[in-house]
Ligand binder design. Sequence first.
Ligand SMILES: [Zn+2]
Length: 281
Amino acid sequence: MSDLLQRFSFQGLPVRGAVARLNQTWLAVRHRNPVPMPAQELLGQALAASALLSSDLKIRARVGLQLQGEGPLKLLLAQCASDGGQRGIARCPAELSGSEDFSALTRASTLVISIDGTQTDQNYQGIVPLEGNTLAAALEGYFRRSEQLATGIWLVADHEKAAGLLIQRLPGHHEYPESWEELCALAGTLTLEELLSLEALPLLGRLFPEHTILDGGSVPLEFACQCSRDKVVEVLRVLGRDALTDDLRQHREVTVDCEFCNERYGFDAVDIDHLFAGQAS
Ligand SMILES: [Zn+2]
């Protein structure tokens, strides 16, 4: 199975959609961020969801889906760039009982949807209280309230695969309400097993046999981290030389680990000197 985001629309209806299927991408994120069930399942679903959210990007950008709250799951972040590069992290205790449901896991969480464009004037952030009994329901609610867009979302993840389906009424189109209801009802017959196992186009054929599906193009998905030594240098410069002196004295180097990909960046005394050369410390 290849990791893919497939866009589609329905001929004659103002409805677009996307299917995301992840295998190697999900494994790469999961291995770098080992968290217990059911947080792991939620991380996989969030990763699939971030790919679905990226399906409507009109610019080169990165979509972020973040939950931050007071439940055992302190932080969940999944990102997908318009080129299909994905990464994600979850922060929770090393052990969970395993029986926490979505509401307990994400108690008092806020949901943040962000779009970071390659140019600074293209950034967007929507922040709402997390509502709903599943991540899919929370995202549907977000689109309904914040964007006034009727949206149906289905998400699933197991240890190896993560997948999602999104259908959305195009902005400004409220005609054919019965067709929208029909599409939602048809999509609702989808089993999570089918969503995990079927390739995108056969899946759509199975769900919507009476409709003509228009192929909107696909993007390969893969694990990709945007961290770099240059970005770490920027952060260290902001921290200032004084903040680094203790680390340097104790460990003879300053190390920074990327929390997404675990890449370690090390700076010894000579590096640090270079970094602050010409700056008043
Ligand atoms: Zn990284």
